[in-house]
Design a protein around this ligand. Structure first.
Ligand code: MN
Length: 730
């Protein structure tokens, strides 16, 4: 049990912590230690050690990184909510809101499991981890947690070793790198390498070890030459020659398809200048370049152009003393600290203030680097902004299969559905988030697992546009609505136009074959009849206009003299009409509404054909020039016959016509024409043109007809009867 020998103790942690934390803080660490020891009591790790070792080791790492007191306490408590009966409320009561918030964050992100088999998913997982770490400290504690788990991975079964190593290599090591914490990245990579490619790992260790003496002697020689030359120019610097870490050698061999013997630069050299001056770095560079010939295209200036994680250094490769390539990094002590510790180096509090190691300068530079214009009250706010700058406003969502998808903040299940497939979006009726049904307007949260419920035949609604935020979803919904609206408009247009054509006894499909119809399509630059129907449906073209083009107005609207050919027009007095202020005007009764004495009527002064009398409610009147309308009154002296059209719908049976005719004749009413039409089924449509004396007689007739058992409905028809049937009239 080797681990027991090197077992960390609380006193080790307190010793290190007292270097930068107050007495009060040390007491808090002790309190957290006792709390953790109490709730984890009886639990043990797979190694057989008491569980408490784990939070202690994690906390020890955080103290080494000189993180603030809240991070330290969080390290001690990080598994209590996840693995014991402890609640967040208890943590908050004992250690305050800040610690409770951090522990809760850790509990949340510990549930993110990198399960996807897809390579390209790793970046989304990293982003998700970062987005879910509302505070960078959550991620720092999580990295320390993972580091200790990797260091003790040997106790896990093999399948778990592989899974955890893969997750570490693809998610955690790159995150450490992104945060600039090089030592973590290197160690996490090498540990993962060991478990993922065990044979290669031990083979490489063997090979590196075999050449160790030779390489050490070589490294000493190169270091000595560099040091002497720097001294000649009065540059004070530490020169390091360190073996590259195994995983980077392994990567190099794979990427360049070379074997171990061909990897000549196993050792990387580093010049760390003591003076915190940028110019010293460039001076050192020129010393090196004067000494050995630089390899073209290998110089990189990360001082002028720092990496996104604020890594700053000069990199160059030169041809060394034996004609071999030598990689050299040049940086100041301050840059070196950042390069190794990254964000952790700057997450240091001392009684609420950033540590005095020039951190303020770094923060200032970082602000500029990430172009953060706004002022930051404290380091935490700054870190938050830093995170926002590194990772835009996105939420990361799991598919049911465990893949991660990124969405803009505020995205809803509708956006998710359309990201899968247009059909999934269109037929989406609901969504389950973490197995619970949510409304479609639910705003997706980081780490949610979303499952879309679809129903074939279901359609998007206009409301969805209020909830969708991705351009894909919005355009797909709009496209659907447009198509649907067009279908509706075509149906409406067809209906309107058919009715309008019916008035002139034309069928739409007949009209559509006419040249005039084709002319209209061409004029409007329309490809199909449907396009025209859609425009009519939208109300952009009137159906009347189309009809008038195909059947010019005079053929449609012209009043046809009422009483057949023999009685064309009458003088007003004879016609039984008096016109206010005018005598003896030619009068005719409008064919379109066939007024009866008793109807409210109105006169229209025609051009050269006297006054035509319409029922006041006749739709035709609405379209007439109001200037030419005159008041007219019935003035019936002697009995006259007025034509009226009536439609009786009856149950079809034998002798129907004679039954109806009897009723009509018994009232002394003349039948000018009759037509019976039996359209499939039981109902017969009977149209009559009758001569009645007035509205009273007409109403009497209607009552009499109603009494017949077979009669269903009776309708006084305005306007002429269907012309096609006119010839069939008696
Ligand atoms: Mn843990």
């Amino acid at each position: 049990m080797q681990a027991l020998v090197s077992m960390i103790r609380i006193t080790d942690i307190l010793d290190k912590a007292q270097e930068y934390l107050s007495e009060e803080h040390l007491e808090m660490i002790e309190k957290a230690y006792i709390f953790s020891a109490t709730v984890h009591q009886g639990q043990s790790r797979l190694s057989g050690e008491p569980y408490l070792i784990h939070p202690l080791e994690v906390t020890g790492m955080l103290v080494d990184m000189k993180l603030d007191i809240a991070s330290i306490i969080t390290g001690m408590l990080h598994d209590t909510v996840e693995d014991t009966l402890t609640t967040i409320e208890e943590i908050e009561e004992a250690f305050g809101k800040e610690v409770a918030f951090l522990v809760e964050g850790l509990t949340k992100i510990s549930k993110i499991k990198f399960s996807s088999q897809l390579e390209q998913q790793a970046e989304n997982f990293r982003k998700m981890m970062l987005a879910m770490s509302d505070d960078i400290r959550i991620l720092l504690v999580r990295l320390a947690d993972r580091m200790h788990n990797m260091r003790t991975l040997e106790y896990q079964p093999e399948n778990k070793q592989k899974y955890i190593s893969r997750e570490t290599l693809e998610v955690y090591a790159p995150l450490a790198s992104r945060l600039g914490i090089n030592w973590m990245k290197v160690e996490l990579e090498d540990l993962s390498f060991k478990y993922l490619f065990t044979e290669d790992y031990f083979d490489l260790i063997d090979r590196v070890a075999k050449k160790k003496e030779e390489r050490d002697a070589y490294a000493e020689e190169v270091k000595r030459i560099i040091r002497e030359n720097l001294e000649a120019f009065h540059l004070q610097a530490e020169v390091e020659g360190r073996a590259k870490h195994f995983y980077s050698i392994f990567n190099k061999m794979n990427e360049q398809h070379i074997n171990f013997d061909e990897v000549y630069d196993l050792t990387a050299f580093r010049i760390i200048l003591e003076a915190n001056e940028v110019k010293g770095c460039y001076e050192a560079l020129s010393v090196v370049h004067a000494l050995w010939k630089p390899v073209p295209g290998r110089f990189k200036d990360y001082i002028a152009m720092p990496k996104a994680n604020n890594y700053r250094s000069l990199h160059t490769t030169v041809i060394g003393p034996y004609g071999e390539r030598v990689e050299i990094q040049i940086r100041t002590r301050e840059m070196h600290e950042w390069a190794e510790e990254g964000i952790a180096a700057h997450w240091r509090y001392k009684e609420g203030k950033v540590s005095p190691d020039g951190g303020e300068d770094h923060i200032k530079r970082l602000r500029e680097l990430f172009e953060l214009q706004q002022e930051h009250k404290d380091a935490r706010e700054f870190m938050h902004s830093l995170k926002m700058a590194l990772f835009p406003d996105e939420v990361y969502i799991f598919t049911p299969r465990g893949d991660v998808k990124a969405f803009p903040k505020g995205a809803t299940p509708i956006d998710f559905a359309y990201s899968i497939h247009t059909d999934v979006g269109n037929q989406c009726v609901g969504a389950k988030v973490n197995r619970n049904i949510v409304p479609l307007k639910y705003k997706l949260q980081n780490g949610d697992t979303v499952d879309i419920i679809t129903q074939p035949g279901h359609h998007p609604s206009k409301d969805w546009l209020k909830y969708a935020v991705t351009s894909r979803a919005i355009s797909k919904i709009k496209q659907w609505i447009k198509t649907e609206e067009r279908d509706k408009s075509i149906a409406i247009g067809r209906d309107v136009l058919e009715r309008e054509f019916k008035k002139v006894h034309l069928k739409l499909n007949q009209a559509a074959r006419t040249d005039e119809f084709k002319e209209i399509l061409a004029e409007q630059s329309l490809a199909t009849a449907d396009d025209l129907l859609a425009l009519i449906g939208y109300g952009k073209i009137s159906a009347k206009y189309i009809v008038n083009r195909i059947m010019p107005e005079e053929e449609v609207k012209e009043e046809i003299p009422v009483e057949k050919q023999k009685k064309k027009t009458k003088k007003s007095a004879d016609a039984g009409i008096s016109i206010t202020g005018v005598d003896d005007v030619m009068v005719r009764f409008a064919r379109c509404c066939t007024p009866l004495p008793g109807d409210d009527v109105v006169g229209y002064i025609t051009r050269g054909r006297g006054v035509s009398v319409h029922v006041a409610t006749c739709p035709g009147v609405q379209e007439m020039d109001p200037e030419r309308l005159v008041d007219v009154k019935w003035n019936i002296g002697q009995k006259q016959a007025f034509p009226v059209n009536i439609r009786v719908i009856c149950i079809d049976k034998r002798g129907l016509l004679s039954e109806l005719s009897n009723v009509i004749s018994n009232l002394g009413i003349n039948i000018s024409s009759a037509n019976i039409d039996t359209i499939r089924g039981e109902n017969a449509t009977c149209d009559f043109e009758l001569d009645v004396s007035d509205l009273d007689q007409f109403n009497t007739l209607v009552s009499a007809l109603r009494k017949l058992k077979s009669v269903q409905t009776i309708e006084r028809l305005r306007g002429s009867l269907p012309g096609g049937k006119r010839k069939a009239y008696m």
